[in-house]
Design a protein around this ligand. Structure first.
Ligand code: ADP
Length: 434
């Protein structure tokens, strides 16, 4: 009801009361009694309205006492407003309800958890996949519904960018992948996918590569031994045989490096989901890597610029291998100074390896981390590359939640940068290396 119509109704009531009092005054000529009559009429009318209002408030589900009176119209408005709020969801909840309805009929398992990570809803597919009953699990924390330390840690960290793969049940093969998305203001929608088959295939591939590489090691060691023996026996004047043996030795060494890298890659892959949180003093690690590589490449200059006092939570072995691969590449594909920097950025500490070498054409950059991808095959082979170095760097980056960035310009050089998230970094303890 709009304010003007309210006033018109009240004004009408006043006119009627004053009219009645006027008529009484004309008949009886007593103005005092006329005023008393007017006031009594108005009081009676408002009292009656109030009585109707109280009656309706006692039974709010009944229709309101709608009439021509102003209070009747007010009650009508109250009734309409109330029906709007009770007969349907709040406008902000309507899309959520709609989404829930769609999710309920989906074949993919979906759960909704609140800000305390407690289960507030799940669809039939989730009940079936996880072997749970919603009525029994409602209100429990997600890590109680789907047990496992990994999930507990993941949910506690509240960093949901990467999906989580876990094996929740007693069946050691059963593997699910959880992906979290925002839902409503504070809730999270969790999609659960059965990835048992995919996980099995990936494990078989990893095991196969690992086993083949491992099996190749023994025959290779034997061949290498024979080459060394032959080299010590041959007559120095037989240049052809000498060259052949040297070439065999080079190839065997290459195969050895290849096998080492393949084994290392399959090891990193197999423990990729595991939480690595050894506290690594990055500055010490960089000094160590620089010293080792400087000994292997004595003619080259490797500069170290450390401006961050941050350490990283991760695996020292993996980080060492990633940094070594980046620095070795910089040494292999450039002739000048190689700079290693450890600095803070707004998003987290950054490790960069910079060279002023041949650079890389932009079209190759997105593919550099693929296994065996080489920009220039001949150069890579000449420098003894396996084509696996950057694949290893990429895996180490993923398992440390870091991002790998490559800036390169042909003829000018390249910068490979690993940027770690702030929640992986810690203030490093006092340096052991000065
Ligand atoms: P490789 O063992 O062949 O060096 P990587 O995976 O380490 O394999 O690198 C892939 C390819 O990326 C290399 O073959 C090389 O062409 C290119 N590359 C890597 N680092 C650099 C660099 N610093 N400068 C120029 N090219 C590079």
């Amino acid at each position: 009801m709009t304010p003007p119509s309210f006033f018109i109704l009240e004004f009408r009531r006043l006119v009627v009361a004053v009219g009645l009092a006027g008529v009484y005054w004309l008949i009886k000529g007593d103005w005092k009694l006329s005023i008393a009559l007017c006031v009594a009429c108005l009081a009676l009318s408002w009292g009656w309205q109030l009585a109707r209002l109280y009656r309706w408030l006692a039974e709010p589900d009944d229709l309101p006492p709608i009439g021509g009176s102003s209070i009747g119209s007010v009650l009508h408005d109250v009734y309409v407003l109330r029906s709007r709020t009770t007969s349907g969801p709040a406008p902000t909840q309507r899309p959520q309800l709609h989404l829930k309805k769609s999710l309920a009929s989906m074949r993919d398992a979906a759960l909704i958890i609140n800000s305390d990570h407690r289960l507030v809803w799940c669809n039939d597919a989730a009940e079936y996949l996880l072997g749970i009953r919603f009525e029994e699990e409602e209100g429990k924390t997600l890590s109680d519904v789907i047990p496992g330390k990994q999930l507990k840690r993941y949910v506690k960290r509240e960093v949901f960018q990467k999906p989580l793969r876990i094996k929740p049940g007693p069946d050691p093969e059963f593997c699910v992948q959880l992906e979290f998305a925002h839902f409503g203001s504070d809730d999270r929608l969790v999609f659960v996918k059965d990835v048992t088959e995919q996980d099995k295939l990936e494990r078989m591939r990893r095991d196969f590569v690992g086993n083949v590489s491992h099996e190749l090691r023994t025959p290779l060691t034997v061949i290498k031994g024979y080459i060394e023996t032959l080299q010590s026996f041959i007559d120095g004047s037989d240049r052809t045989l000498q060259r052949s043996l040297w070439s065999m030795d080079t190839q065997v060494n290459r195969m050895e490096r290849l096998i080492e890298d393949l084994l290392w890659l399959s090891r990193i892959e197999s423990i990729e989901g595991e939480r690595k949180d050894d506290e690594i003093h990055v500055a010490d690690l960089l000094v160590d890597v620089r010293d080792n590589l400087a000994a292997a490449w004595p003619e080259r200059e490797i500069q170290l610029d450390i401006s961050s006092n941050r350490g990283i939570l991760g695996s020292a072995l993996e980080l060492r291998s990633a940094i070594s691969n980046l620095v070795v590449n910089a040494l292999k594909y450039s002739d000048g100074v190689v700079k290693i920097r450890w600095a803070n950025t707004s998003v987290g500490p950054s490790l960069s390896v910079e060279d002023i070498g041949q650079g890389i054409e932009p079209k190759h950059i997105p593919r550099l981390t693929e296994r065996f991808y080489r920009v220039e095959k001949s150069r890579s082979q000449k420098t003894g590359g396996t084509g696996l170095g950057l694949a290893i760097v990429k895996h180490v980056a993923v398992s440390h939640d870091a991002k790998l960035f490559v800036d390169s310009e042909v003829g000018k050089g390249s910068v490979f940068r690993l940027v770690f998230p702030n929640d992986r970094s810690v203030v490093a303890q006092e340096s052991a290396v000065i």
